[in-house]
Unconditional design. Structure first.
Length: 263
């Protein structure tokens, strides 16, 4: 099997197209209904600073060294997929962060967007959730065309999946190069790429898929960016969906089929 950990040596040379072609496609399985709490919360990180902060609509693992999240995780139900709360636009430091934080000044003139991990459009079910998703602990420096292009397309696809009746558990965040670029006076780390891992379940089936997008311009099919959750765990050095029973976790993380996701 391809050793995906080598990608972490220098993410600026990441080539999603060739990587995706080399990862074998496997089929999704049927599995029992999951009765677990905090399904979306990954396991504890090793070798990275993290402060776990729970907000109304999402949980963040904040990295004080990077001044961005290690990961952001949240649940999206069919009822939450299309709320009516107006979009906020007040980016502010997270009041629950202990220690250093990015500021909006760090992003000004940087050439990067303030890219949401948990998107505002997924938080329209609550004004508090909407306001809190603009905390800078939920934000990363993101290429403008990615933010408004393929990353946005994936966010919209996720809301579509939720609207069809499935509950989704989502984990997303940055992937860092060995040598990190920074912006602003506070030296906010710029990701080389972003990941998004999704678990989808209803009464009869559970399935999972992962996406990885380089932090640069591009307009490609979402299928270009897919991989198994098992492979993403190697790339991101994280343990996803740890709350699942071992047999279900192993099965869904090593198996997926793009046709099941209507990509």
């Amino acid at each position: 099997m391809l050793v995906l950990a080598s990608i972490l040596l220098d993410m600026k040379f990441l080539h999603i197209e060739s990587l995706s072609a080399q990862i074998p496609r496997k089929t999704t399985i049927n599995a029992p209904r999951v009765q677990k709490n905090n399904i979306e919360i990954p396991g504890a990180l090793i070798g990275r600073k993290e402060q776990i902060i729970r907000h109304t609509g999402y949980t963040v693992s904040y990295n004080e060294d990077w001044l961005i999240p290690n990961w952001v995780a949240y649940e999206l139900t069919p009822q939450e997929a299309y709320g009516e709360t107006p979009r906020a636009n007040d980016f502010i430091p997270d009041p629950d962060v202990i220690g250093n934080s990015a500021t909006t000044e760090d992003y000004k003139g940087s050439g990067f967007d303030r890219g949401h991990m948990a998107p505002a459009a997924d938080m329209k079910w609550s004004k508090q959730a909407m306001d809190e998703c603009f905390y800078l602990s939920n934000i990363c420096p993101q290429n403008h065309n990615l933010n408004g292009g393929d990353w946005k397309a994936l966010e919209e696809k996720i809301r579509y999946w939720a609207s069809t009746g499935d509950t989704l558990y989502i984990v997303c965040g940055p992937l860092m190069a060995k040598t990190k670029q920074t912006i602003g006076a506070n030296k906010v780390s710029v990701p080389a790429a972003f990941f998004k891992v999704i678990l989808r379940k209803n009464a009869n089936k559970i399935a999972a898929i992962a996406f990885m997008m380089p932090n640069r311009s591009g307009h490609k099919s979402l299928s270009t960016y897919t991989m198994s959750v098992e492979d993403m765990e190697i790339v991101a050095e994280m343990d996803f969906f740890k709350a699942l029973t071992d047999n279900i976790e192993v099965a869904i993380e090593s198996n997926y089929r793009e046709e099941d996701w209507n990509l």
